[in-house]
Design a binder for this molecule. Structure first.
Ligand code: NAP
Length: 393
């Protein structure tokens, strides 16, 4: 990158107090102008202990000052992170509810959006000034996941975006949809892509106009599934435990709403409400073992049960489902692991075409309020994605 562009970045894009060390691979190309400085004022939130099980996010995540920026490799981009959104996984990990081992001292979270401020020597896909989202995995480009691609998930074993500046390889970046601001774009890498993959990721099961879906609760994945399904011309049946949120769902265009707390047989009810009582083509299973039996009741013959989450883990015993449920219903039971970068691009195109804007909760947190954001997510009183605006004081 020419020195004059770097000077522009330092003068205009980076905050004046921030100084940067690009790393050994970039030093030689910077010449004698002395632009290689020590990064001294960046900040990042970190998870301090391996597989931390804590009742308090005060212990579980800690703000670290003066974090050094990693070296910028030839295929890396330096991102000024503008916004980060939270997912259930981000609270489940420090609370010890998330499967799999975490890593000591990592930067948590998986979903961020920001602006590129510098690129490595071999980067041609992006340039400084581009608005991007990071992907959930460091390198999962296409097709079905592999053990290697899964190992690259952010926020548990690899540094996520909850910091002021981050370096990601181009394999972990996509262009942000043009019509979205950074807060909205930060909600896409996990929840949105998971919903998109569930509804559109399997040939033969892609949701079509005139079909119907059942969503469980009003968390991030469910709300994105609702928005995508409505934009596709499908009918949505949704559950929630809250009357207030039911009103919000109705305003979005959801046709039928069931309270899963007052109607324990909500799956059967959803089936009755579906067109001709034949069941729905997709059930987005975010409840887990405790909700699976109801999901089978709601699914149409040949309908897809998208295995996504485990929110209802504490709500009761695992429900009894068996080989025979899927066999007699001819159901597709499909585990979902977020999605790949190609799907991310397809989803963004669809969102641009349909003008879909993610629903962001009315309460947005500043960078220094990350712990409060975690607490807020845990209370489940939000409607829309919980976002930390990294630039907001
Ligand atoms: N497999 C994957 O690739 C993948 C990707 C993303 C997320 N996930 C998982 O999917 C689940 C949802 O994630 P998220 O980030 O969307 O969660 P979230 O935003 O934290 O969702 C919270 C909401 O879930 C609803 N909920 C809670 N308990 C419920 C229950 N027993 N039955 C039905 N709904 C319930 C509540 O909605 P109401 O307030 O309306 O009742 C609550 O507000 C989590 O388990 C997460 O780990 C998996």
């Amino acid at each position: 990158m020419p020195v004059e562009i770097l000077e522009k970045i330092f003068d205009e894009i980076l905050p004046s107090r921030a100084m940067i060390e690009i790393g050994p691979s970039r030093r030689d190309s910077l010449g004698p102008s002395g632009l290689c400085l020590n990064w001294s004022q960046s900040q990042g939130w970190r998870v301090p202990e391996l597989m931390l099980v804590s009742k308090s996010f005060r212990e579980a995540v800690r703000l670290q000052h003066s974090t050094p920026i990693p070296a910028l490799g030839p295929n890396d981009c330096l991102i000024r992170v503008q916004a980060v959104s939270l997912n259930y996984r981000d609270i489940a990990t420090p609370l010890g509810l998330y499967p799999g081992a975490g890593k000591d001292g990592i930067v948590p979270t998986s979903d961020g959006a920001g602006t590129i401020v510098a690129v490595g020597d071999d980067v041609s896909e992006f340039q400084a000034g581009d608005r991007v989202c990071n992907t959930f995995f460091l390198d999962y480009q296409d097709g079905i996941p592999t053990a290697e691609s899964r190992a690259g998930s952010l926020g548990v074993r690899n540094d996520g975006p909850l910091r002021q500046y981050a370096v990601f390889p181009t394999t972990a970046l996509v262009s942000a949809p043009k019509h979205l601001n950074a807060r909205q774009a930060s909600t896409l890498p996990c929840a949105a892509l998971t919903a998109w993959n569930a509804l559109m990721g399997l040939g033969g099961c892609r949701l079509q106009a005139g079909q119907s879906i059942l969503t469980q609760g009003t968390g991030g994945v469910s709300l994105f599934a609702i928005q995508f399904a409505l934009a596709l011309g499908a009918t949505v049946i949704a559950t929630t435990s809250s009357d207030t949120k039911a009103d919000r769902l109705r305003a979005l265009g959801v046709k039928h709403i069931i309270n899963y707390r007052t109607d324990p047989n909500w799956g059967e009810t959803a089936r009755k409400l579906s067109p001709n009582g034949l069941g729905v083509q997709h059930v987005l299973e975010v409840g887990g073992e405790a909700t699976m039996a109801q999901s089978f009741k709601a699914a149409a013959l040949g309908g897809c049960i998208d295995i996504i989450g485990f929110l209802a883990k504490k709500d009761g015993e695992p429900s009894k489902v068996s080989f025979w449920d899927a066999f007699t219903g001819l159901n597709v039971v499909r585990g979902i692991g977020v999605g790949n970068r190609k799907q991310f691009g397809e989803m963004n195109k669809f969102m641009e075409e349909k003008g879909i804007a993610p629903i962001v909760d009315e309460r947005v947190f500043g960078f220094g309020e990350a712990r409060e954001a975690y607490e807020y997510l845990k209370k489940q009183e939000f409607f829309g994605k919980v976002v930390i605006d990294v630039a907001k004081e």
